[in-house]
Design a protein around this ligand. Structure first.
Ligand code: LRH
Ligand code: MN
Length: 385
């Protein structure tokens, strides 16, 4: 049990700055009381999640949503709050110029503009001390024949190579794939295979990020995780959950068993070891639920799935597997999943000087009432720059 507790104490989950701002769908973005107006306030809210869970010490930024005059000062502010700046997320999906694509656009001028934004994000990594650039491209086409699928791959590869060469010592980028949306016929980085192939060609500083909401229904995501880990190409996760498409709901909310299966392959593949360098990031939108409690609950969901994955009796599993004992092996697996790990995690938190239930502790803290009263006026943060 001590190893399991040690692994859980060393767990590191990164929360996304944009989860603390307003978000929604094309139908409506509902504003909520107390929402941050700037990246400094977003970091303050993220620090609350770390204060009550103890395992969310970094915050991913999104550029330009988190654009500031002085990124070094923002990093200093984060340190003062007891958190750090995590992955820098580029954004080449919200500019009119990118209607027909960003780095894959037929127009060289637009490709140049997009690549320059990616390079600017590396400058921001230098200024904040971040070692990870996360690249997601909304690029794709809506109608067959609209553009040349192969030529777009050439353009993508050219831009990625330029960004790869710009990466400094200890820096890397994670390439994110997504099956569809906003493109509805062909997306230029639609699946793990495409992302993997580009990353292998580029080199060790390029890895793949698995966003759990970006697959076709029925996709066995834990297989992809096992494969990428084996290849040393699993750079990280964008955790969330979904019932239908890229719903960006709280991780583990829609399918806690899937999250357990994913975390088992992470544990089995050595991905929980800090030196494996796997970034466990959340990428969610709390469209209708309170944002800080939503993040706390999400961090707890990953922690619970991880605890269950660590409880799998690996020896008994391996024995049953090697004997071809199908039901026996499955039973060993399900025993761990059906184990209530909440008492273990409550004990772990108390041993770390934290309240046993982060949700109750945060609710009693009065922090929400404080920010709801203070944060009046100004522009609430959202998916707009
Ligand atoms: C795209 C995505 C990507 C982010 C955005 C907030 O769907 O998953 O990771 O840039 O959400
Ligand atoms: Mn994502």
């Amino acid at each position: 049990m001590t190893d399991i507790k040690a692994a859980l104490r060393a767990q590191h989950i990164e929360t996304p700055s944009w989860a603390y701002g307003n978000s929604g769908t094309r139908f409506k973005v509902f504003a909520q009381k107390g929402v941050p107006r700037d990246p400094y306030e977003k970091l303050a809210d993220a620090a609350q999640v770390h204060a009550y869970t103890g395992i969310a010490p970094t915050v991913a930024l999104h550029i330009p949503w988190d654009k500031v005059d002085d990124y070094a000062d923002l990093a200093r502010h984060a340190r003062e709050l007891g958190v750090g700046i995590g992955a820098i997320n580029s954004n080449v999906f919200q500019d009119d110029d990118y209607m027909l694509g960003s780095v894959t656009n037929p127009a060289a001028r637009v490709r140049r503009k997009a690549t320059d934004h990616l390079l600017e994000c590396v400058d921001i990594m230098d200024a904040t001390g971040s070692d990870t650039l996360k690249l997601w491209f909304s690029d794709g086409i809506n109608y067959p024949g609209q553009d040349d699928i192969r030529a777009r791959q050439d353009r993508l590869a050219e831009s990625l190579a330029e960004v790869y060469d710009r990466l400094g010592e200890g820096q890397r980028f994670l390439l994110e794939y997504k099956l569809f949306e906003p493109a509805f016929y062909a997306t230029d980085v639609p699946d793990w295979g495409t992302a993997y192939a580009h990353c292998v060609k580029l080199g060790p500083k390029a890895q793949v990020v698995v966003d759990t909401g970006h697959h076709a229904p029925g996709t066995n995501i834990e297989f992809i995780v096992a494969f990428l880990l084996r290849e040393g190409k699993l750079g990280g996760f964008d955790f969330n959950s979904r019932f239908y498409a890229d719903d960006d709901l709280m991780v583990g909310a829609a399918d806690p068993f899937q999250l357990f299966r994913i975390m088992f392959e992470v544990v089995r593949g050595g991905g929980l070891d800090p030196e494996a360098g796997v970034a466990f990031m959340l990428d969610q939108c709390h469209n209708i639920e309170p944002k800080i409690p939503g993040q706390i609950r999400s961090v707890m969901n990953v922690q619970e799935a991880t605890a269950k994955a660590l409880l799998v009796d690996r020896e008994a599993l391996a024995a049953a597997q090697s004997e071809g004992d199908v039901l026996g092996a499955n039973a060993v697996f399900m025993d761990a999943y059906n184990t209530d790990v909440r008492p273990l995690l409550a004990e772990l938190r108390e041993e770390s000087g934290l309240a046993p239930d982060p949700m109750t502790a945060y609710a009693k803290s009065g922090y929400f009432e404080k920010i709801a009263a203070e944060r009046v006026g100004g522009n609430q943060a959202g998916w707009g720059a």
